[in-house]
Design a protein around this ligand. Sequence first.
Ligand code: SAH
Length: 241
Amino acid sequence: MRTIRIYDNQPISINEEFILGEDGSNHVGRVLRMTPGESITVFNGLGVEYISKILEVTKKYVKVIPVEEVVRSTESPIRIHLGQVLSRGDKMDFTVQKAVELGVTEITPLVSTRCGVRLKDDRQEKKQDSLQKIVISACEQCGRTFVPTVNPIITLDEFLAQQTDDLKLTLNPYTDKKIKDLQQNNSYRLLVGPEGGFSDEEVNLAAQNGFQSVLLGPRILRTETAALVAISILQSAFGDI
Ligand code: SAH
């Protein structure tokens, strides 16, 4: 049976009652109108979840008591860090939600030369926060107990300069290497371009920083399709799909 899963960013221990955070209280109390005695599952991103009994529902908060700890393995053996150039409208939200369902471990939203989205500093933070909320909802829905991080929005150059042991890949429609021909690694980093694609300079700069170009077939995919297909192929070839 499907249970309601709520993420709550606070320490949780068996038999220690606590008040759900604002979002969780609101969802369980006001939206779902659950009542004392009913059960929900609560997790705080550390790999376990807690079947919890609702003790009290008021207008302001919901109090629960964790009664059983469940260890769930919903994490892939490989780590995937998605470097996604910001896309317009709700496409970025869609990409982030689906990437979480497919098992991505970290997301960095990027700005590149042909990126159609320009956000001022405070709007950038708001966008990061709203993407993180989308990640949390996706985890609640899809059964993950680990919550991927959405990093602050940075430029492509900053992303390329980061030091990492990840196997680094640029999704590039103008190459011939396929993901399934890559070597197995513990962690992968995917660079996905915007609607307008990457410039030649950007692809070259990525290559100089150790990103190898990979192709997703002969058709040009929309940016949101490209990210999700690449994650699916990585999970199928080296992970848990
Ligand atoms: N108009 C652009 C296409 C952009 S598609 C152009 O012609 O270059 C958006 C992004 O999706 C690309 O930057 C690339 O990262 C990825 N992508 C789309 N189709 C792809 C394919 N067949 N193989 C690899 N990456 C692809």
